[in-house]
Write a protein that binds this ligand. Structure first.
Ligand code: PMM
Length: 284
């Protein structure tokens, strides 16, 4: 559960799983698209996430839901930068969820303390060289291709072996670019080019992912595989607003297994789950 290098002490030295609150400033994210699209309501939502227990608020301006088209970098910056600035001014720790070096750089200059890149540096050739010039911690997620095609890329011989190998290749690329791997967090990218059984196989084998030697972040919150699990009728996934308790169960189990962080929409119950996992571990 060791933290990546580069985070402020209060966050780095926490003896429990970190809770990252999701703030999508997009009109079309699958989980909360359109709800926090204007700057003021987004800042208020981020502040609320922090008050409710988010250790970091993860601000994203580009939807990654299956099928989503890319937007221009300027548009992404226009969406996220005022929100990052507003939250930093309020003293809220912020990470920036982006695949673009240009966006990460603008947000880092505004005070974002962590870069969360769902493409693990594969979408933008400038990301790793830029990162090497900074000292920011970086989340490298497992990614096979853009949202428009990712459903077609969900084929694996053995999903755990393949994801571990592809994440190892990202660590090699980061290292070759001059990024200190002590700054890197890995994420198996649940739901990204993965069908339900792939996600469960990865969760079952978190030990294999942790054996890669880096802290692990898990993002299961409200994802389709939880909807599939909870479906009352086969083929009709439970709607988004009925998936949070299952997400909290994932948080408890992942936290007990030793993951460094969870990325969630509703932070209060996730934080409770993390505290249960810590008490369970520490009881004598
Ligand atoms: N999932 C989404 C977006 N960003 N970042 C990381 N590191 N891990 C994830 O699993 C992840 C992510 C998509 O979910 P959302 O639309 O609810 O934000």
């Amino acid at each position: 559960m060791r933290a990546p290098r580069g985070l402020p002490r209060a966050i780095a030295e926490m003896d429990r799983t970190l809770v990252m609150g999701i703030l999508n400033v997009t009109p079309d994210s699958f989980s909360d698209g359109g709800r926090w699209a204007d700057t003021q309501s987004a800042i208020e939502r981020g502040r609320r996430l922090h008050v409710d227990g988010a250790d970091i608020v993860d601000v994203g301006g580009e939807s990654t839901r299956p099928g989503a088209e890319r937007i221009r970098a300027e548009e992404e910056i226009d969406r996220v930068l005022p929100v990052v600035r507003g939250l930093v001014d309020l003293g809220v720790p912020v990470s920036i969820d982006t695949m673009r070096a240009e966006v990460a750089e603008a947000c880092a200059a505004a005070g974002a303390m962590l870069v969360n890149d769902v493409s693990g540096g594969r979408a933008d050739p400038e990301m790793l060289p830029w990162l090497a010039r900074t000292s920011l911690p970086y989340i490298a997620m497992h990614w096979r291709g853009p949202s428009t095609v990712m459903e077609d890329l969900a084929t694996y011989d053995d999903v755990v072996v393949d994801v571990c190998a592809e994440l190892t290749a990202r660590l090699d690329a980061l290292s070759a670019a001059g990024v200190d791997l002590d700054r890197v967090v890995l994420d198996p990218g649940l739901g990204f080019a993965k069908r339900s059984p792939h996600n469960w196989a990865l969760l079952r084998d978190l030990a294999a992912l942790m054996a890669l030697g880096r802290p692990l972040l898990i993002g299961a919150s409200r994802k389709r595989f939880l909807g599939d699990l909870l479906a009352d009728v086969v083929g009709e996934p439970r709607p988004l607003d009925g998936r949070d308790a299952a997400g909290d169960a994932v948080t408890a189990l992942a936290s007990a297994a030793g993951v460094w962080g969870v990325r969630v929409h509703e932070v209060r119950a996730s934080r409770d789950a993390v505290l249960v996992a810590r008490a369970w571990r520490d009881s004598s």
